[in-house]
Design a protein around this ligand. Structure first.
Ligand SMILES: NC(=O)c1ccc[n+]([C@@H]2O[C@H](COP(=O)([O-])OP(=O)(O)OC[C@H]3O[C@@H](n4cnc5c(N)ncnc54)[C@H](O)[C@@H]3O)[C@@H](O)[C@H]2O)c1
Length: 402
């Protein structure tokens, strides 16, 4: 037992510790928000969610469990509690597993490197032995800084850089008292093999490898459907996102979807799509220069009309399961970002972006919401939690046994 009071300590948007009870509450709230008005099917579909502990992958897992009645496997890469607390994703996974158990859904959570073949083999064995040898859905929602290619042993590192020329952007930061400041950041353009390295990590290679290995063992069910998460975003962040190194990776991911879609169609009458989701506050997105300012302003414009990840993922599941027709754009992508890219919304955000300074920012952007959202990524600023109380930090990873 290691009970202690956990207070937020951070450098920028990165926090050193996470609050287990706050993280648990965040997941419970997501489950409530995702609760289905419809009854769960008897034959629970088998799903594999890669990146299940945070952001869109967590939303996919919670809505899948609560709304679609999936069973299956969630994979993430988290740190156990030791001298410091566990990572927030560790605690969110424990809370998700507990909810799944309480609702009678057989969901196994694995902690490790999804890019490795060892993880792929472990998952294949689980599907064979525990889930009837058939996988119905695979949601791919990994955001990672590095990937080691199992064939060559080469480790690639992804970078967030503009392509072709240096780029200066406004950014939003918070000082030690949590007061917002608008500053500038300049980024040098991609050099050497920066683009290829980023594509190797965040493009479609690993997604394709997963499908290939599971298909080779005959584990894809008839009609197997897979979706990988993508982003387009605003022209305001275009130079660093969609036209930048990470955008090159997303283009590769979207090309991979088209190749996989063709292969799966022939193999099992299946489908592969990308799902273009909207901007959300996650550990990965807050690492991108300019995104904090953009999302804060977007919230300033839209308020509660921003569609949270659980609602976007409920829509995605509805389309993947056929509860609603699969609606694809001309590039073959599910579009859950239309509310963000609405021209009127973008024009309003652009106007505020141009006017944003440290003096004006609190009137233009919802900086309090943004700051609290960042804290909630680590289990802080969650309503109803008494942060002066000691909490148990030594929470075990969910048990694999039935
Ligand atoms: N956040 C956004 O604004 C946004 C918008 C649209 C699309 N997306 C896309 O959604 C996907 C997920 O992004 P996010 O923002 O939810 O990220 P996130 O940082 O919140 O979550 C990333 C997840 O990946 C897992 N992970 C990282 N490395 C791993 C590894 N080697 N093996 C296994 N798991 C690993 C983490 O444990 C975590 O569960 C990405 O493809 C991203 O581009 C994000």
């Amino acid at each position: 037992m290691t009970e202690r009071v956990i207070t937020p300590r951070n450098r920028g948007f990165l926090f050193i510790d996470s609050h287990p009870v706050g993280c648990e509450r965040v997941v419970n709230d997501m489950w409530q928000a995702a609760a289905p008005p419809v009854s769960v099917p008897d034959s629970a579909p088998v799903a594999l969610i890669i990146g299940s502990s945070a952001g869109y992958g967590l939303a996919a897992t919670v809505t899948g469990l609560a709304r679609v009645g999936i069973r299956g496997i969630g994979i993430s890469f988290e740190k156990a509690p030791e001298r410091r607390t566990g990572t927030a994703g560790w605690y969110r996974t424990a809370a998700t597993a507990e909810l799944a158990r309480r609702h009678g859904r057989d969901m196994v959570f694995l902690n490790g490197d999804a890019f490795s073949d060892a993880m792929k083999d472990q998952v294949a064995e689980l599907i064979e032995q525990r889930f009837g040898g058939r996988l119905d859905y695979l949601i791919y929602s990994v955001a990672a800084p590095r990937r080691t290619d199992p064939d060559t042993g080469v480790t690639y590192a992804s970078v967030l850089k503009p392509i072709g020329h240096a780029y200066r952007t406004k950014t939003l930061v918070f000082d030690g008292d949590g007061e917002p400041e608008v500053t500038d950041a300049e980024m040098q353009p991609a050099a050497g093999d920066d683009i290829a390295q980023t594509v190797a990590v965040m493009g479609g290679a690993d997604w394709e490898r997963w499908i290939g290995r599971l298909a080779a063992r005959g584990l894809l069910a008839d009609g197997f459907t897979t979706a990988a998460l993508s982003y387009i975003g605003s022209t305001l962040t275009g130079e660093i996102y969609r036209q930048g190194t990470i955008g090159a990776a997303k283009t590769h991911l979207e090309q991979t979807a088209r190749t996989l879609d063709e292969r799966l169609g022939k193999l099992v009458g299946g489908r592969a799509v990308t799902s273009v989701n909207a901007a959300a506050v996650t550990q990965s997105s807050t690492a991108i220069p300019g995104i904090a300012l953009y999302v804060g302003l977007l919230r300033g414009v839209l308020g509660n009309a921003m569609v949270p990840p659980v609602d976007q993922l409920a829509e995605l599941w509805d389309q993947l399961t056929g509860a609603r027709p699969l609606a694809l754009d001309a590039e073959g992508r599910v579009r859950l970002d239309t509310w963000e890219l609405d021209p009127g919304v973008q024009a309003a955000v652009a106007e505020r972006w141009n006017a944003a300074t440290t003096g004006t920012i609190t009137r233009l952007a919802d900086t309090r919401w943004f700051h609290a959202e960042v804290e909630r990524l680590y289990g802080f600023a969650v309503p109803g939690i008494d942060y002066t109380q000691p909490v148990e930090t030594d929470v075990p990873w969910p048990d694999l046994t039935l």
